[in-house]
Design a binder for this molecule. Structure first.
Ligand code: 3H9
Length: 711
């Protein structure tokens, strides 16, 4: 293996300029070898009398994208990143960073430690550490406020969102912005060398950010402190339950209240504490879970070239079909929307236009983008117009008969190589595939509502789906910016099958005497984005009701989802009827508790002879719902419906509002320990006396072997 860092003593057409060449694919992360290599290269360059300046340049698709996340959790090896940055800072020859791609985390900190920075347009700068439960740990909280001010530092560090260099032009971070764009890397090296030559000719002194004072007068200091407090309050809401953003703000505040060396020491303390925390472990797990999910391992190591998809059709222009059409249009793909009547089609297309207008009003996209997307969407009521599309997603009514009829029609009308996908949430896609003569080209593409916003896409392989179809659906998901996870067929696939267990316990607790708001509050307090019953009201209680009716394997138990069913049978379908588990203000849609719903449920519970309890604690609610999820996840893993525990976590993080700082249900189970999980499930089994709480054999097996779900 070649060394990831090389010192090239003479740059092209510049004998007195050396290049530190970093080549550590895929993203030039600051692994131990890179850190050591940079230090050694600086020493070598310092000793070489011919060298007057050094350029740090990266091979591949990006400048350094941060510390090597894989090294966190292992024993850290010297030199640590702050030592490397100090070495850069103290080098007696100017060091110039040549920036392109994604300059993130430790990569951005390294660039800030250099004496000058040159960048091509489109380069992204960012400190995304909070998304990994960390804070910048090599001076980011001290250097960024020094050069760009406290407000920008607070914004970039607490959001973790990278920004393009063009947006940061006024902040003095970049010394020379090259007119060429990000993809023109050769130009970057030439221009950086030219910039360096000019520096040397002008005999310009080195600019070291850490030597710039943070001289805020009392008034400015007070204003900066107020700003910090505002960000603390904002982060407490937006990043509820997370430690890292609060530590980052404290550290930024130190930049103007403490001398630099003390503030740097404190930054390191915060960083080390965050790095060792369960939250950061979970968020790092989440990062890799999402990357790994994209890799198919369903039938051995699959390698297949995806089919090029240039045009698609969506069957059904309702809320779901419309949202799916938007996903394709946003990715620049032509979409034909099919509806049964012109009236429904017009309604559907108007609804899409309205959603785009709302996005434009909120500044998410501009008018030109809206027009481009709308121009990609056309409508038809005739299946014959679908004869040339490369892929179809069916988003019609959730009954097997309707779906089979549509697929049989599509099979006749579409070209033989076209892929036919169903957006069904529950139904057996093996059965749908049987309605066609191309079962190998049938796949599930399960979007989550609202489809144009939610990141998750479950790609469902039937027993007939061929590798190329599966690969194409996964690749298409990535093109649409989705986290695509391959799963296999079972009732509800991975996400909804687990959600049914979570919902089952919420429903049981309602029958036992808990109120909807008690259950929802307990779950929100635990960390879920929303409570299960508020979610159910939002999506429509009748959808699950209908799905349960279609489920031939539904438990033969009158208590199963009895609370939800009784509401539906009394016309309480959720937000769409202004009443469900709660009531909703007709004008404002504001949610409030509804005694009528509680009374209906309690009366029904009495008929079912379920004893009401007044001792239901938040902890019991949280454990019953979350442990039901974990147990079902273990069954799903054992049955190979999901290939990896981390795939299950990627699904729950991106489709169901599971808190990222807990890593997903499987990661959470490992963190609290399988011993506790198994013992608690057994306790529930004893208490409930029903058949739902059977410990998944995989949990018992892993516990006996002292292994973890996510290992
Ligand atoms: C930090 O820097 C802390 C410091 O403040 C202090 C230290 C003292 N490490 O996303 P992609 C892998 S914290 C290791 O598909 P893209 C990734 O797993 C760090 N591996 O590419 C994948 O591997 P595989 C702050 C990493 O083009 C492959 O690279 N930095 C790292 O769509 C390709 O990734 C971040 O948080 C890493 N840092 O996007 C940056 N980054 O092929 C996180 C990526 O085996 N990274 N990999 O699945 C990103 O945001 C994106 O990867 C990036 C490229 C935008 C760079």
């Amino acid at each position: 293996m070649t060394a990831p860092v090389l010192l090239i003593p003479t740059a092209p057409h510049a004998d007195n300029i050396a290049i530190i060449n970093i080549d550590n694919p895929p993203v030039n992360a600051l692994s131990h070898a890179v850190r050591q290599g940079v230090v050694e290269a600086i020493t070598e360059a310092e000793q070489n009398k011919n060298i007057e300046a050094i350029v740090i340049y990266c091979q591949g698709k990006t400048f350094i994208a941060g510390a090597d996340i894989k090294e966190f959790g292992k024993t850290p090896k010297e030199p640590h990143l702050p030592d490397v940055l100090q070495r850069i800072n103290q080098c007696n020859k100017p060091i110039i960073a040549a920036l392109f791609g994604s300059v993130l985390g430790g990569g951005f900190e390294l660039a800030l430690a250099c004496h000058y920075r040159v960048a091509v347009r489109g380069t992204k700068l960012g400190l995304p550490e909070v998304t990994l439960g960390l804070i910048p740990g090599a001076g980011g909280t001290q250097l960024l406020p020094r050069i760009a001010g406290v407000k920008l530092a607070l914004t970039m560090i607490t959001s973790g969102k990278p920004q393009k260099v063009e947006q940061l032009e006024d902040y003095g971070i970049i010394d020379f912005l090259i007119s060429a764009n990000n993809s023109n890397k050769d130009h970057l090296l030439t221009e950086t060398i030219l910039f360096t030559k000019q520096l040397l000719e002008k005999n310009q002194t080195s600019k070291i950010i850490s030597q710039q004072p943070m001289a805020l007068n009392d008034e400015k200091k007070q204003a900066a402190q107020v700003l910090c407090q505002q960000f603390r309050d904002k982060s407490a809401k937006k990043s509820r339950g997370q430690q890292a953003p609060q530590s980052a703000i404290n550290s930024i505040e130190n930049s103007f209240t403490l001398p630099l060396n003390e503030a740097m020491e404190k930054e390191r303390e915060y960083f080390v504490a965050c790095r060792g925390s369960a939250q950061s472990r979970a968020m790092r797990h989440a990062f890799f879970a999402e990357k790994t999910a994209a890799k198919l391992i369903h039938s051995g190591e699959i390698k297949s070239t995806p089919t090029e998809i240039e045009s698609v059709a969506v069957i059904g222009a309702g809320t779901m079909g419309g949202g799916i059409a938007m996903c394709f249009a946003n990715a620049g793909i032509n979409v034909t929307l099919l509806e049964m009547s012109q009236n429904n089609l017009t309604k559907g297309i108007n609804a899409i236009a309205k959603r785009y207008q709302q996005a434009e009003k909120r500044g998410i996209i501009n008018n030109q983008q809206v027009n481009q997307c709308m121009a990609l969407i056309t409508g038809t009521c005739d299946y014959q117009d679908l004869d040339q599309v490369d892929l179809v997603v069916e988003a019609a009514f959730e009954t097997m008969a309707v779906k089979q009829q549509i697929f049989s029609q599509l099979d006749k009308m579409c070209k033989p190589e076209a892929i036919l996908a169903s957006n069904t949430s529950y139904l057996d896609i093996d059965e749908i595939a049987k309605a066609t003569r191309r079962p190998e080209k049938i796949v599930g593409m399960h979007f989550f509502s609202p489809a144009n916003i939610m990141k998750l896409l479950e790609v469902v392989a039937t027993k007939y789906t061929d590798t190329q179809t599966l690969t194409t659906a996964m690749t298409l998901g990535k093109k649409m910016g989705k986290i695509s996870v391959a799963v296999k067929v079972c009732y509800g696939f991975v996400g909804n099958r687990m959600y049914a267990c979570y919902g089952r316990e919420a429903n049981m607790l309602l029958l036992e005497g808990a109120t909807p708001q008690q259950i929802d509050n307990a779950m929100v307090q635990w960390g879920m984005a929303m409570g299960p019953l508020a979610v159910n009201d939002m999506s429509g209680i009748d959808i699950g009701y209908q799905a349960r009716k279609e489920n031939t394997a539904r438990p033969d138990d009158p208590c199963y989802f009895a609370a939800a069913d009784i509401l539906v049978e009394h016309g309480r379908l959720g937000q769409k009827t202004n009443v469900g588990f709660y009531q909703y203000d007709e004008q404002t849609n504001k949610r409030s508790p509804d005694d009528a719903a509680i009374k209906l449920i309690r009366t029904h519970a009495a008929k079912l002879e379920i004893k009401q309890r007044s001792d239901i604690s938040d902890e019991e609610i949280q454990q019953r719902l979350i442990f039901a999820l974990i147990n079902e996840g273990a069954y799903i893993l054992e049955e190979n419906i999901a290939s990896r525990a981390s795939d299950i976590d990627a699904i729950w993080l991106n489709g169901y509002g599971f808190p990222r700082y807990l890593g997903g249900p499987m990661c959470y189970a490992d963190e609290i320990g399988l011993e506790k999980v198994v013992a608690t499930i057994k306790k529930f089994q004893r208490q409930a006396g029903n058949t739902y709480w059977q410990v998944a054999p995989l949990l018992e097996k892993l516990l006996a072997q002292d292994k973890k779900l996510t290992q």
